[in-house]
Design a protein around this ligand. Structure first.
Ligand SMILES: Nc1ncnc2c1ncn2[C@@H]1O[C@H](COP(=O)(O)OP(=O)(O)OP(=O)(O)O)[C@@H](O)[C@H]1O
Length: 303
């Protein structure tokens, strides 16, 4: 179990994180979300032991995570941190990068392990290619596979799919999170993408104002987003009579007391997102067809 016990941290004068307190069980998937600059990457670096805490402590089972003041070599064998800088060996092949830390005394096992991980990150066809010749997204996948090679007990993933295109992202995400669950590897994911969270995270924490503003299961936070910040993570929303109403919870009806005038229809694939004016405020709702600018519609809320 990972225990983050009431930690605070500042790079310079101001606190980036204050009184952060949470725990993650073995094998759980925790998402960390928050606006840019809210401290997600910093939190991951602190858990990895990259900086010294101003206050509090972090424990993995019975091991206290120590920062550079108390630990000559940063990091621990049981934990891996995949950052935005992939730190790969550019002039060696994909498979050599993935197997870098695996023992050559067990060549069969090493080959099997590398092959297994190449499948997880869908790079089997690129095994012999030198890393310098890969795209950014492919490099990110090599970095993920390399972090898993020695099977850590806990993995910290900072925006793990940020460089991966939409064609690959869905299946890679499923493969990776399924693999981590099967191997009972605890994972903490800092992300901006709700698709990294919904369907995968057991719990999510939301950072704001240097603190944890929510810590719950994604379904609860989606259904009851306590703040506009939380709602905005999940999708387009409106504030109507101080209530948060997602755009898919606002529907066109024959008659109601919410009369809006359409401004614009955005094609979104299987629906249109309609922007309209309701009593001088902009509102968004989803509709099966586009609606012409200037048309008046009546809306009703379906929570
Ligand atoms: N090495 C550093 N020295 C000083 N300040 C830093 C350093 N790294 C980050 N910061 C500051 O700490 C705050 C949190 O940064 P952090 O990168 O943790 O946020 P984040 O939530 O991960 O952002 P993003 O979503 O944009 O990656 C920011 O105000 C940032 O400017």
């Amino acid at each position: 179990m990972l225990q983050v016990k009431n930690i605070s941290f500042s790079y310079e004068k101001n606190f980036v994180l204050k009184n952060i307190d949470f725990s993650v069980n073995k094998g759980q998937n925790l998402s960390v979300i928050g606006e840019s600059g809210s401290g997600k990457s910093t939190l991951l670096r602190l858990i990895y032991g990259e900086y010294d805490l101003n206050q509090g402590e972090i424990l993995w089972n019975n091991t206290k995570i120590l920062g550079p003041k108390f630990n000559l070599v940063i990091g621990y064998d049981f934990m891996k941190h995949v950052t935005q800088e992939f730190d790969l060996m550019p002039f060696t092949s994909v498979e050599e990068n993935i197997g870098k830390h695996l023992s050559n005394f067990f060549p069969v096992e090493k080959k099997e392990r590398v092959t297994e991980l190449l499948e997880v990150v869908e790079l089997a066809l690129f095994s012999k290619i030198k890393v310098k010749n890969l795209s950014g997204g492919q490099k990110q996948r090599v970095a993920l596979a390399r972090a898993l090679a020695k099977q850590p007990e806990i993995i910290l993933l900072d925006e793990p799919f940020s460089h991966i295109d939409n064609f690959k992202k869905q299946s890679l995400r499923r493969n990776l999170f399924k693999y981590l669950k099967e191997k009972n590897i605890t994972c903490i994911v800092a992300t901006h993408d709700k698709d990294d969270v919904l369907g995968f995270a057991d719990k999510m924490i939301v950072l704001g104002d240097s603190k944890i503003i929510a810590n719950d299961i994604p379904e609860h936070l989606y259904k009851n987003p306590k703040t506009p910040l939380i709602a905005s993570f999940f999708g387009e929303f409106n504030l109507i009579d101080d209530k948060i109403v997602y755009s898919n919870q606002l529907k066109v009806v024959e008659k109601s007391n919410l009369k809006a005038v359409v401004n614009h229809s955005y094609f979104k694939g299987y629906y249109y997102l309609i922007e309209a004016n309701l009593n001088g405020e902009k509102v968004f709702f989803e509709h099966s067809k586009s609606i012409k600018k200037g048309v008046a519609v009546f809306l009703s809320i379906y929570l």
